[in-house]
Unconditional design. Sequence first.
Length: 118
Amino acid sequence: QVQLVESGGGLVQAGGSLRLSCAASGRIFNNYVMGWFRQAPGKEREFVAAISWSTGITTYADSVKGRFTLSRDSGKNTVYLQMNSLKPEDTAVYYCAARVLAAEYNHWGQGTQVTVSS
């Protein structure tokens, strides 16, 4: 069983930066994909970024490309989402998630609030 715990959210001004962390307990195997999603008030949850645990290959939503960077530390079972040039529209609860290849995300963290003021 994989458990995910996010941290690093907070309040930041537009143009600022935050780094979110997602620590995974339990064994993360090489066939896992770790992802970040976000949900703003009144909106559906949307994909932000994902990383292959084995290869480190990343994918990003168009809305965050060039501003967000996703990385992993295999030794710490942790993924990091570095968020730069933040915009008010990035305000949301950010969720870490995990899945195995070719499957749906079935492990979710509790979420961390990110608020970007204009």
